[in-house]
Design a protein around this ligand. Structure first.
Ligand code: COA
Length: 316
């Protein structure tokens, strides 16, 4: 076992993982994974110590046909104590469908940039905020936690830079509306660690009581470095996707932030993720069969860093 590295304050000693593969991963797959297989897979995931699972999205079935069985999935899975079930929702109709399934959390989605908002949701950021105001009203007596994911918070695949000041302005509007938690998303893997440090420090300083989650992609190989930068800034909540499966439909070559690689890194550093890594790796090993192709996750192939090999025998 490695000696945990010393952590300069404010690096947290415990982090929480929100597993997003059933939503972020499956949404862009070529093949529809049958509902019963999704349910079996999510049930296996929920026994590994993950704190939260984004089980599906209540979006338009025309926009995301792979998740057209959202209600059957959410009502079919086992609900385990300590594992919150969250779902991605873009509008009021999705909120009503999600509330009917007794979800624990609704994760609203909007973009920080106009063009990504229009391409993905047919809404500008301001139009999304108008929807959110109605959604908060519709859900106010439900007791369901309302989070909002801000896509393209670190850059837009169409417009390029999204200024930090614009992101902070939108976060302020979200919190002003009554949104309880905010996820900052690097939707297409454009973020770098210096940028992550700056934005994370800015939001934690201005809104110390708001739970912020960071959602990274590994499209350009910067996922783990970005997660480390966020953690060093004090972030404790991370989205990640089993096997590194999935991503935004608008960027070729997408790679998600791989859950088991993220858990492996933090556990090796002595940070408690709450996840049973061996159990998670077992579920990760079933992914290629579930979706019909290889996935980018590395630890499932290489084994943990504690793995040891037999010395080669030399012929003398
Ligand atoms: N759930 C189910 N159906 C929905 C829906 C929802 N949340 N929202 C809209 N619809 C249906 C409408 O009832 C309508 O159906 P009809 O054609 O049978 O009458 C149809 O979708 C179009 O509705 P409209 O309100 O005009 O939506 P739109 O076509 O402008 O699409 C979104 C807007 C947001 C619903 C759609 O773009 C979407 O679901 N996007 C999801 C994108 C996503 O998840 N991207 C990846 C993750 S970031």
């Amino acid at each position: 076992m490695h000696k945990p590295m010393s952590q300069p304050s404010p690096c947290p000693t415990i982090i929480e993982i929100n597993e997003v593969a059933p939503r972020d991963g499956l949404q862009i797959e070529a093949r529809f994974v049958p509902t019963e297989e999704k349910i079996r897979w999510i049930d296996a995931l929920s026994s590994t110590g993950l704190r939260r699972i984004e089980a599906t999205s209540f979006t338009s079935p025309k926009a995301i046909p792979n998740l057209r069985d959202a209600a059957d999935v959410v009502t079919g899975i086992q609900r385990r104590k300590g594992v919150d079930i969250t779902v991605l929702v873009p509008n009021v109709k999705g909120t009503e469908r999600a509330l009917a399934c007794q979800v624990d959390e609704i994760n609203l989605v909007m973009s920080a940039s106009n063009s990504h908002g229009l391409a993905n949701l047919r809404m500008t950021p301001e139009q999304s905020l108008e929807q959110f105001a109605v959604i908060l009203d519709v859900s106010k007596d439900s007791g369901v936690f309302i989070n909002a994911s801000l896509s393209t918070a670190f850059g837009c695949p169409f417009e390029g830079d999204v200024p930090e000041a614009r992101v902070l302005e939108l976060v302020e509007k979200l919190i002003g509306l009554g949104i309880q938690g905010v996820t900052l998303c690097d939707t297409t893997g454009m973020a770098n660690p210096a940028q992550v440090k700056s934005l994370c420090e800015a939001v934690l300083e201005r809104w110390p009581d708001t739970p912020f989650t960071l959602h990274f992609h590994n499209t350009r190989g910067m996922g783990l470095a970005n997660a480390l930068a966020a953690w060093q800034a004090g972030i404790i909540r991370f989205d990640a996707s089993l096997g590194g499966l999935g991503g935004c439909p608008f960027a070729p070559g997408q790679r998600a932030m791989c859950t088991e690689d993220l858990v492996h890194m933090f556990e090796a550093m002595g940070v408690d993720t709450g996840v049973d890594l061996d159990a998670l790796l077992e579920v990760a090993a079933t992914l290629p069969d579930l979706i019909g192709h290889d996935v980018p996750g590395q630890v499932v192939k290489a084994g943990k860093s504690t793995r040891r090999y037999a010395m080669p025998v030399r012929e003398s």
